[in-house]
Ligand binder design. Sequence first.
Ligand code: UGA
Length: 434
Amino acid sequence: MRISVIGTGYLGAVHAAGMAELGFDVVGVDIDAAKVESLNQGRMPFYEPNSDPLLDKHVGKGLRFTTDMAEIADADVHFVCVGTPQRKNSLAADMAFVNSSIDAMIPFLKDGSLVVGKSTVPVGTAEKLAERIEVATPESVSVELAWNPEFLREGFAVQDTLHPDRLVFGVNGDNAEGILREVYARAIGDDTPVVVTDLPTAELVKVAANSFLATKISFINAMAEICDVTGADVTALADAIGHDERIGRKFLNAGVGFGGGCLPKDIRAFSARASELGAGQSLAFLNEVDAINLRRREQVVNLVREHLGTLHGRRVAVLGAAFKPDSDDVRDSPALSIAGQLHLAGAQVSVYDPKAMPNAARIFPTLNYADSATEAIADAEAVLHLTEWPEFRELDPAVIGADVANKLMIDGRNLLDRDAYRQAGWTYVGLGRP
Ligand code: UGA
């Protein structure tokens, strides 16, 4: 079976390499020539653990990348993996890349082929795209469309692609399910659960899952706000409620909140879509989830101001720029947003991140970027732990205490050893923790 993957971002590039690992002949298509060149040299254009070896293993054998859409003509299955970012002038998703990819693909779709959407889209999109394809292809060419949402997490993208925790097939025709079962035969053989459903349900599964995760994080962050005014400890609270299997401990880490290219824009797009459908009330709670999340960033800025008296001219070290560890992605990153707000309020901010410095410098060039955590910390009046890279937990509070001008540690992830910091003479401030 021949496979094409349209869009080679975090999702598409890893999906293409994963499909090659499963033994398929794969062509990846992207409009960005620099990305295509990097991929053809066996280098992911971003940091994603374990993905370079996979790419290197298959490029030039069963896997190739191109900017030329005509090269998809041989493929039997086409995965659409392009981005659906937030629109510049509203909360809704920008569908321009999905629509332009489908239009560019149409002339090259062969009879009997299957187009499989993976991008996160507003519910109702798949049915419209199926119609668009039907209208634009000649009568002799029959093409089906399916929706197969992706649940991969950055940092674990290879594992999530090869060993997904579930497969969702949104189908509307006879052949699609069989073809998808063939594509994912290995995972299905490993007992991965498969949910076969209609197109709108499959589209909704994705945004419902991300909305639930975002709600869980904002729930515990709301509890952190209550802990702050009562002197209670949100970490112990999360441990205690997390023992209830119905609640579960995962995604109950209070801190600076969620960011990245998915959760924030997905809840906004979902809520915007519900309003379009006349069901805005049903998702009104997502606006509160968003508001709680954004308050976390302000709260950290306020904490620094309270502890230092003013931000103007104060030296602040920010540990972390990526939206989470094991990623170089800075899209809507709480760490970078806080660093930026402090800088705009007059602080001298020095940022260090093990992987995300080039991306951070591109979108926030006016911050100072240090070459190491210790360089960022040197002479700081406040140190902020905002992305939980393991190397930040390994810093010895006694050693780094000798380098700072003021021993103030604000732990935006509630993960540092609070007692060790206090014993070394630091003022340790957690979020929702005494
Ligand atoms: C998220 C979902 O977890 C994936 O299942 C989904 O496929 C993906 O979006 C997507 O839509 O493509 P990802 O954006 O990689 O994956 O990041 P997450 O691991 O979900 O983390 C999101 C944010 O929540 C990060 O900023 C993280 O630091 C934060 N977070 C996570 C918390 O603040 N507390 C927690 O307890 C967990």
